[in-house]
Design a protein around this ligand. Structure first.
Ligand code: ADP
Length: 259
């Protein structure tokens, strides 16, 4: 990536470290992701994938490292405690520029689908309620759930819940959406409806970072695959090269297990 492309990067991470107690989970992760790129993160369980994506929007505060999201830069030296007051605004900015879609949906159970979607824009961004509702209806329609706006999460299937969660993420108009195993809590027959929505987002140019074991989806939709093991990125390749010419035995073994 040239210097000019790097300066247009949506996500830039340098030297990211995170430990939980004595368990060192991220050990110097570095990566740059450009606008519109769809990057799938793969790797064995426990390799740090979830911690990595959660660190990007400070759901986990890294111990050390530099994170830049669309020009907003936070340099962490000493974990959450070391964040200076002046950096809190940058962290808030980064949180607004990123949206997260979780494995377990994390919808507000006491709110209808529509209310789940307007909550962020109204409360965090100060969008007028009427405007947020118009946008939320358009987003529900985009994810194929126009008729479900008044349903509570308990009355939605897992696939429908996840599509509401994606609409909720989109409502914040983020620069990048982080997906943490968005389909792994779903029965196989519900996965496709979520993957179809994600595929459309990718085609529309959304920048996406997706932790997933969905090999077929990654082959078809990802521009790049990052393979993590033991808290570092051991491979960062085009999707084609990753799947067709894996660079090492560990990746070949991993693919044999998940394919
Ligand atoms: P992956 O997503 O690749 O499975 P994770 O990032 O979820 O990996 O976890 C990496 C390691 O960090 C695991 O050993 C896990 O037990 C540990 N870990 C993750 N989150 C926490 C936490 N909040 N507290 C303590 N340990 C954690």
């Amino acid at each position: 990536m040239s210097q000019q492309e790097a300066s247009q990067a949506v996500v830039q991470v340098e030297g990211l470290y995170k430990a939980f107690g004595t368990n060192a989970v991220l050990k110097g992760v570095c990566v740059t992701i450009g606008r519109g790129e769809v990057v799938v993160v793969m790797g064995p369980s426990g390799s740090g994938k979830t911690t990595f994506v959660r660190s990007l929007n400070f759901l986990e505060v890294p111990d050390k490292g530099d994170i830049t999201i669309c020009g907003t830069h936070v340099s962490v030296q000493n974990g959450a405690a070391g964040l200076k007051r002046a950096q809190h605004k940058q962290v808030r900015d980064i949180r607004r520029k990123t949206a997260m879609v979780f494995q377990s949906f994390n919808l507000f159970a006491h709110m209808t689908a529509l209310k789940n979607i307007i909550e962020g824009p109204v409360q965090i961004k100060g969008v007028r309620r009427e405007d947020a509702i118009v946008q939320a209806r358009a987003l529900l329609s985009q994810v194929g759930l126009a008729e479900k706006e008044n349903e509570y999460p308990s009355r939605l299937s897992g696939g429908q819940k996840q599509r509401v969660a994606i609409a909720r993420a989109l409502a914040m108009n983020p620069d990048v959406i982080l997906f943490d195993e968005p389909t792994s809590a779903l029965d196989p027959e519900l996965r496709d409806e979520v993957l179809t929505v994600m595929r459309k987002l990718a085609e529309g140019g959304m920048t996406m970072i997706i932790v997933t074991h969905e090999v077929r989806f990654a082959r078809e939709v990802a521009d790049r695959v990052i393979f993590m093991e033991g808290g570092v990125i051991v491979e960062d390749a085009s999707s084609e090269n990753f799947f067709n010419q894996p660079s090492n035995d560990r990746i070949r073994q991993f693919l044999r297990r998940v394919e």
